[in-house]
Design a protein. Sequence first.
Length: 229
Amino acid sequence: MPQSRPRIIPEATVARLAVYLRVLAGLADGGRSHVSSGELASAAGVNPAGLRKDLSYLGPCGVRGVGYSVSGLRDRLTDALGGERSRPCVLIGIGRLGSALADYAGFASRGFEFVGLLDTDPATVGHRVGGLQVRPVQELEAVVAETHATIGVITTPAEVAQSVCDRLVSVGVRSILNFAPVALTVPAGVDVRKVDLSVELQVLAFLDQQRDGTPPLLAPVRPAQGVAR
């Protein structure tokens, strides 16, 4: 497969490339060697034209009439998304969600490794989750320095998320994944991705309501005074 230097890729495209990579990993596990653009697009929930446009950022990838090499395209995507080397991550907030994330083995196969888990609860500190011992959040700066973590994952309550974020930034963490239900303020040069599960569920509820034919409960728009109806 010809190699070419990837162009600057828009953030929205990067998110879709990550989905394509997940689909390709599943196909590879199933023993597939090639996949058509239509099949890959369908599995990823996009249209074939959009898929081809996204992949064009990587340079020539497929062969007309043959499709894409599953292993070859997976390697190209892995390289473009920076998954060729392990990314050390620290996770702050070992509640139910944090514990589930820390214990999920699938991150390692995508190049992400939790190297530090931190919490404030004395009943949680000292326990092992996903093979790591939970340390007190007071040691956050020391853990980042020891492990050279480059990504911080925040699963704390909303009221402390900003202070945790500030501490991560102060020790050089420039990539933050935020699960707390609050918008974080960060300086230039720091990237924050917010995952709000309640918003996603609300969107699904609305779509489910539409599918059932139930009209959405929207307030009627009242005409402005003085405007003829």
